[in-house]
Write a protein that binds this ligand. Sequence first.
Ligand code: PMP
Length: 367
Amino acid sequence: MVSLAGGLPAAELYPIAEIQAAAQRALAKHGTAALEYGPVEGLPALRALIAQRISTETGGLFSSANVMLTTGAMQGLDLIGKVLLDEGDTIVAQSPTYLGALDAWRPRMPVYKKLDWTAPDTDALRTCKFAYAVPNYSNPTGVLVGQVCRSALLNDVLESGTWLVEDDPYRSLQFEGDPGPTILERYVAEHPGPYNGPIIYLGTVSKTLVPGLRVGWIVAESNIIQALALAKMSTDLSSSMFTQAVAFELLEAGFDKVHAQTIAPVYRERRDALCHEAALRLSPWFEWEIPVGGMFVWMRAKGNAINTDELYQFALDENVAFVPSSVFDFSGEDCFGMRLNFTRNSPALLREGIERLERAIRKYVSR
Ligand code: PMP
């Protein structure tokens, strides 16, 4: 099976030696404290480091009170749902949307309204509980949202008095150009002083280092952090102090930034391999834009001629997997697209996967 379905980094690039050394340093420094339960908000030194980094990156004033560490950004999404959502509340979100977010909030049975970046629906924003966006190389589309759209959304969020969840795991995986300021940074530029804004920003080491550390963070105004900490208490008492201590060693040395620069060119090469092979083999049936960062290519069936829910079984029969668009669509109706991951497999395997996909499509269309 060639899986183009997952959202996983290239395992052969995992920095095992650096993580091993960081683990040794962490144990030497913290001793048994690294192996205990810890404060629910996270390892104090790592909270302070994230606060300092965000302050430097955005030019704002963030303190530890604005930061909570989580078991991956995924837990941040879950806790936001627990704290902010009541049954039937409205969320304004990009469509398609990250499946993990849809899953996290499903128990509250929210109503979704589509976030239209070119003309945000101000009425929807006024009545929603929060807006959710992944502006940098989104999952599943790989799209980089432009600065004009970010600014329009920020203005509307501020006017409507709602929250904005800015989920940002892919920012460092840039292949061409720079994504520019986050929405958080745009807010901070206009609102100097201690952070007290409506943006709840999520970060993680999963895409730049390894997902297995399960270290993520929420940056938000301090009241929200306190509410999220209360919710986290009953979820897991605290995230792993050990992996937070390991992450601290790596982040303090700036290793995540160095490593992102190592992996981005490899991912770019893989993106090119997949897109080039797809151009040769899949373009009669699908169209796509080449992403300038992240992990995914989002393909749309030309003329909605291929139902990707149906194609999926044909693909499995050819030993290749993708994710059909319907799972990312809150209405469940979009079944004419697919997400292909290009980071996990070598260029040769990606080419093989596309070849298999072509065979699956040919069988599907002549069924
Ligand atoms: N948000 C988005 C948009 C993601 O793509 C992912 C990972 N698939 C996450 C959050 C969760 O990341 P983590 O591994 O930090 O839980």
